[in-house]
Design a protein around this ligand. Structure first.
Ligand code: 6R9
Length: 652
C-alpha cells in the first residue's frame, strides 16, 4: 500500500514517465499559456490543418457592452477534413469509430477512417441534394448510431450549422429548437432502441413539424426497419438519396469564426438558449484537451459514454478524438441493459483504454454490487474520467477500487456546454488528484473566485465564492443564437469583465478547486442541466395548474432530483390521478428527464410582499431541513410555510 496522505493520489511513476505532460511540463506549459497566450495558442493552433494559416491569434473582449470573442480570425479550415481527410494517408484502415449497439446480440461495427470519409461525403452530398448550403441550420434528432457522427461531420464539411436535440426530448421541445434555428432539414431515424425498448423517433418528428411554421425537410435513417408514418411531402430516406449522389464531397473552406454548431442548454431564466460554438478555436481546444486530459496515445481505444445530444458527446465522442486520429467508441445503449455489467462487458470486448462517464452512472452501478464488474477483464483500462457533476467520495472510491483496481488515475473534469472543453481538470501524469476536486486549470484558463455580493476577486489561496474565468480560451462559446444581448447579460453582466460560470466554488490551501454546485436556478439531474423555470412553465401551461415552483433536492442516484410545488386552480382537487397527469404532461412538454421526482400540492407558495417566490425556503423544505428556514419575516403570509412543512412531513 502507499504511504500517501489520505485523499491525495499522485500520478504513478509509470504514468508520469509515459504521459504527454508530467508535473514539470504542465507547470511550464501552464505558465507559458498565461504569460503569453498569443504565443502559446499561436503555437498550439498548429495541431490543426489550416487551409489558409492564421496571422492573428487572439482578439477577445469581456468588456461590458462589447463582449466579442475571436480566435484565429483570419485563418480558414474545415473541421471534417481535420477529423477525416488528413488521417487518410496514414490511417485509412484504422478504426475511427467502434459502434456498440443497444443489444449485445447485435454485431458491433468497426468503421475505418476510409469508410468514415465515404459515409460522411455521402451524407454531405445528400444534404446538398436537399438544398442545404453553407450557413444553413440542420437539426439532428438521432439515436447513438454512427450516422449521428456522419451527420455532424457532413454538416461541418459543407459549412452547415448543426443543432443536435437529445433524442429523449419531446416533440414540443424539438419543435421549439427547429423553429428557433429556422432549420432547413431535420435528420432522424425510424426508431431508437435503448435499453431493449424502441422509441419511434420519426413519429416525434412528424408531431414536431406540425408546429413548425417554416418549411423543414426530414432526412430519415433506417435503423430498426419498423413501420413509420411518412408525411405527404418533404420526407426522404437517407439510403435512397445516397444511391443517387457522389461519394466524394470536397470540404468547404470555413473561416475560423464561422459557427460550427448550436446546442441548446438550460439557464436560470426563460427557455433554453442556443449556445453557439465556432470552428477554429473549438477544434484546437477540443483536440488538445482530449489528448492531454485523457493522455490519449496512438492506438488507444477511447470511450466516452455520453450521448451526442450533450456537449460531452460533441467534444469527446466526435470532434476531439477524431481530430486526433483516435479510435472512439460510440454506445447506443444504457449502463443497465441487459444488466448492470454492460459497461464493463463493452470495456472488455473492445479493450477500452480510457473510460469517461458521469457520477450518476457510477452511483447507479455501484448500487448493483461488484459481481457485475468481477466477471470482466478490465486490464486494458489506463484511465478513468468523470464529468457532469461533483463526484461524492463513496462513488469515487468505488470507481477507483472496483473499476480501476486502485491502479489508474481518475480525471474529474469540470466544464460546461458554454466552455466547449475541459477548464478545470488534472492532467493524469502531472497532477495529484483529490477525490471530489476537479483540481487545477487546463492551459490558458485563469479561474478566479469572487465574493458573491461585492464581486471582488478573492486573492488569498483559500477562498470560497462564485467561479469566474478571467480571460477567454479558444473554445469559449461566441454568442447565444440570435440574441447576443442575452449572451452578455447571462455571462458578463453580474460580474464585469469576467465570464461568470454560474457555479459556486472553493479553493483549498493547495490551490485546488472544488465545485460546490450551481448558484443560480439551474439544477443538475443525473448530470443533465435543467432550468427550474423551464419545468415551472411546463407545469403552469397545464389548464388545472395555477402556479408552480420547482427546486432541486438531494437524490441518491441522480445527484439532484426535481421537486415541484404545485398550486391548483380554484375548484381543482389534488388526486393521484392528477399527479400522474401532470407527470405525463411535463414528459410531453419537455421530455422524460424533466419529470418531477416529487410533486407536492401547495395550497399557497411562500412569497415576499412584492410577490417573489422565496425559493430558499422551498429548497429547505424539499431537503427536509425545517430547522434552517432562515428569516421568514418578510413573507406575505407566513402560515403558508407551516402548511407546506406539515404536508412534507406527511409525505403526501
Ligand atoms: C460538461 C457538462 C455544466 C454544469 C457546470 C457544473 C456541472 C460539470 C462537473 C460539474 C462538478 C464536475 N459540472 N462537470 N460539477 N464537477 N466535474 O456537464 O456541461 O451540461 O453544460 O453542465 O455541470 O455545475 O456548470 P453542462
Amino acid at each position: 500500500m502507499t504511504d500517501q496522505p489520505a485523499g491525495l493520489y499522485p500520478p504513478s511513476a509509470a504514468m508520469a514517465a509515459g504521459a504527454h505532460a508530467d508535473k514539470a511540463k504542465y507547470d511550464e506549459m501552464y505558465a507559458a499559456s498565461i504569460n503569453d497566450p498569443e504565443a502559446f495558442w499561436g503555437e498550439h493552433g498548429k495541431r490543426i490543418d489550416w487551409i489558409k494559416p492564421y496571422t492573428k491569434v487572439k482578439n477577445t473582449s469581456f468588456a461590458p457592452g462589447n463582449v466579442d470573442i475571436k480566435w484565429y480570425e483570419d485563418g480558414t479550415l474545415n473541421i471534417s477534413a481535420n477529423c477525416i481527410d488528413r488521417h487518410l494517408e496514414t490511417r485509412a484502415d484504422q478504426t475511427a469509430i467502434i459502434w456498440e449497439p443497444d443489444s449485445p446480440d447485435e454485431e458491433a461495427q468497426h468503421i475505418t477512417y476510409a469508410q468514415l470519409h465515404e459515409k460522411t461525403c455521402l451524407m454531405a452530398n445528400s444534404l446538398k441534394e436537399l438544398g442545404v448550403k453553407k450557413g444553413d441550420r440542420v437539426v439532428l434528432y438521432l439515436p447513438m448510431i454512427p450516422e449521428a457522427a456522419y451527420a455532424m461531420l457532413a454538416c461541418a464539411r459543407i459549412g452547415a450549422i448543426h443543432s443536435i436535440v437529445f433524442a429523449g426530448f419531446s416533440a414540443d421541445a424539438l419543435a421549439a429548437r427547429i423553429s428557433g434555428s429556422n432549420a432547413k432539414v431535420v435528420i432522424t431515424a425510424d426508431g431508437a432502441p435503448r435499453g431493449g425498448r424502441v422509441t419511434n423517433l420519426k413519429d416525434s418528428v412528424n408531431q414536431a413539424l406540425i408546429n413548425v411554421m417554416h418549411d423543414c425537410k426530414c432526412l430519415c435513417v433506417k435503423r430498426t426497419g419498423q413501420q413509420i408514418a411518412w408525411r405527404s411531402d418533404g420526407d426522404y430516406w437517407l439510403h435512397e438519396i445516397e444511391e443517387t449522389v457522389s461519394a466524394d464531397c470536397p470540404p468547404e473552406e470555413m473561416n475560423a469564426e464561422d459557427p460550427l454548431f448550436i446546442l441548446y442548454t438550460s439557464g436560470s431564466t426563460g427557455m433554453p438558449k442556443g449556445v453557439v460554438h465556432s470552428t477554429g478555436g473549438y477544434i484546437v481546444y477540443a483536440s488538445m484537451t482530449h489528448q492531454y486530459v485523457f493522455d490519449y496515445h496512438d492506438g488507444d481505444v477511447f470511450w466516452c459514454t455520453a450521448d451526442v445530444g450533450w456537449v460531452t458527446g460533441h467534444s469527446y465522442i466526435v470532434y476531439g478524438p477524431l481530430a486526433n486520429g483516435a479510435t472512439t467508441l460510440m454506445f447506443e445503449g444504457v449502463p443497465t441493459y441487459p444488466d448492470a455489467g454492460r459497461f464493463w462487458q463493452v470495456c472488455e470486448k473492445h479493450k477500452v483504454n480510457q473510460f469517461y462517464t458521469a457520477p450518476t452512472a457510477i452511483r447507479a452501478l455501484m448500487g448493483q454490487g461488484d459481481s457485475f464488474v468481477e466477471k470482466y477483464d478490465l486490464s486494458d483500462l489506463k484511465l478513468l474520467g468523470t464529468v457532469g457533476e461533483p463526484i461524492n467520495p463513496e462513488a469515487w472510491n468505488w470507481y477507483n477500487t472496483t473499476i480501476g483496481k486502485g491502479k489508474i488515475p481518475i480525471v474529474d473534469t469540470w466544464w460546461q456546454t458554454e466552455t466547449g472543453g475541459h477548464l478545470l481538470t488534472p492532467l493524469p501524469g502531472a497532477v495529484a488528484t483529490k477525490p471530489g476536486s476537479a483540481t487545477v486549470p487546463f492551459f490558458g484558463i485563469q479561474p478566479v473566485i469572487l465574493e458573491p455580493t461585492t464581486g471582488e476577486e478573492i486573492h488569498e489561496t483559500v477562498a470560497e465564492g462564485v467561479l469566474c474565468i478571467k480571460d477567454s480560451w479558444p473554445a469559449q462559446m461566441r454568442t447565444v443564437w440570435g440574441d447576443h444581448e442575452r449572451f452578455e447579460k447571462t455571462y458578463f453582466s453580474d460580474y464585469k469583465n469576467y465570464y461568470f460560470t454560474g457555479d459556486g466554488c472553493r479553493r483549498d490551501a493547495d490551490g485546488y478547486y472544488w465545485i460546490t454546485g450551481r448558484v443560480d436556478d439551474v439544477i443538475n439531474v443525473s448530470g443533465h442541466r435543467m432550468g427550474t423555470a423551464e419545468v415551472e412553465s411546463a407545469l403552469v401551461a397545464h389548464a388545472k395548474v395555477a402556479e408552480a415552483a420547482v427546486v432541486g433536492y438531494p437524490h441518491d442516484i441522480k445527484g439532484q432530483g426535481i421537486y415541484a410545488y404545485v398550486t391548483l386552480m380554484s375548484g381543482e382537487e389534488p388526486s393521484d390521478e392528477l399527479r400522474k397527469e401532470l407527470e405525463t404532461w411535463v414528459r410531453s412538454e419537455i421530455g422524460p428527464i424533466a419529470k418531477p421526482d416529487l410533486l407536492q400540492w401547495a395550497p399557497g407558495l411562500p412569497k415576499t410582499r412584492s410577490g417573489k417566490i422565496m425559493r430558499r425556503i422551498l429548497r429547505k423544505i424539499a431537503e427536509d431541513d425545517f430547522g434552517a428556514l432562515g428569516d421568514t419575516s418578510t413573507l406575505a403570509d407566513p402560515s403558508v410555510v407551516e402548511d407546506l412543512i406539515e404536508n412534507r412531513m406527511n409525505k403526501q
